[in-house]
Design a protein around this ligand. Sequence first.
Ligand code: PLP
Length: 348
Amino acid sequence: KSFNEYTPPLLPDPDKLKARLMWNENPYGPSPKAAEAFSKAAIRGNHYSWNSLNALIEKIADREKVPPENVMMGPGSSDLLEKTALVCFGQGGHIVTGDPCYMSLVHVAEAMGGKWKAVKLTEDNQHDLDAMEAAIDDETRMVYITNPNNPTATTTNAKKLMDFCRRVSEKVPVFIDEAYLELSANGMKDSMAPLVAEGKNVFVSRTFSKIHGMAGLRIGYMLGREDMLKDINKITRGGMGITGPSVLAASASMDDDGFLSECREKISIARQFTCKVLDEKNIVYLPSQTNFVIFPIPMAGDVFLEKVYEDMVGVRAFKFWQKDWCRVSMGTPEEMEFFAETLHKIIR
Ligand code: PLP
């Protein structure tokens, strides 16, 4: 397998970074309304938060047009990806994903004895759905697709993906990770959530860490078939790891359309700026529909990271498709300027 992530240099004080562009966070979050809801709720920290959690589940179910029984909450979507892997790979088996893909679910599947089958994206950076379907065998326990994909930032055609999910979910569960969907060109129109409403064996995960800017508050959810969610809940309960203030902050953020569209706009401006910087250097990046951009670098990823971090600019570096890549998250205009200056010093 070609996929590898380079470990960044250890920093004595990560808070001193001039640009924090390694975790695809939203520099503008949380929404002031969400932050206010969070602070106000702290005083009720002596109470378990089941009532507000159930109210949030009802609200999400209503938005997603599914019954509440199809919603499972978690402290971030990683928690739900990993819990699902714990249950689906309890007896090992194969997981089919794109190459490259987001690794959290895959790592747990492997730790449980599962085997990773990665199928290279197509020439136009979409999931190769035909090849993925062909890779399914009697041992396959799940297909995992992130749309838009991380770390490539690219999307897979929604109509084709929907047909794929309908067919393939008759054989094995299909997990669609939509952590960045709000940031894509078509947005939620491309969601696979309607398949859950149809009763297909499809999971769809979402997070409050990206467009909502609440990565540190840890809250996310997934939609799935009621029997599948019950099986996962038997082993590890969904809502138990979420704090009450995060629940109320998430609910407030869902209602703050002005904040969400402002973030989308600012992130899109940062993306245009970054692409222009890369264009001027004749660097051919992958077309991004998210809050990060990935581009090939003319040196080993660890060497590149040393140089970038020396300038107190944080990014990530990967190796896949026999190339080294830098992935840069979209920060504030000031952070993107720092990144551009650093890049200019390293790649002339
Ligand atoms: N899925 C994808 C594709 C991601 O990129 C990330 C975080 O970067 C996550 C899930 C997990 O995010 P969280 O656990 O904060 O919801």
